[in-house]
Design a protein around this ligand. Structure first.
Ligand SMILES: [Zn+2]
Length: 82
């Protein structure tokens, strides 16, 4: 079920929530989420809410429902960083 959180964003209550880390990539602010299915970072526009999956792995369960981004801090605050 999709629920609006503000004028533009929705969250999908049936989709998982992934922590998003903010950094600039090629001069543009992007949010990065670690995808455990693709074993890579997927980048999205910098706002909380539901996204379609950016998975390259077609067997990823995220394809069906996407996922919700939740701001978790700056890129260097991510677990395992330096
Ligand atoms: Zn993925």
């Amino acid at each position: 079920m999709k629920v609006p959180v503000d004028e533009v964003a929705v969250i999908d209550l049936d989709a998982p929530v992934l922590p998003a880390y903010e950094t600039k990539y090629r001069g543009v602010v992007r949010w990065f989420v670690w995808c455990r299915h693709c074993r890579e970072w997927h980048d999205h526009g910098p706002a909380e809410g539901h996204r379609d999956a950016h998975c390259r792995d077609e067997s990823s369960p995220y394809w069906r429902k996407g996922y919700n981004l939740a701001y978790a801090g700056k890129w260097w605050d991510r677990p395992g960083a330096g």
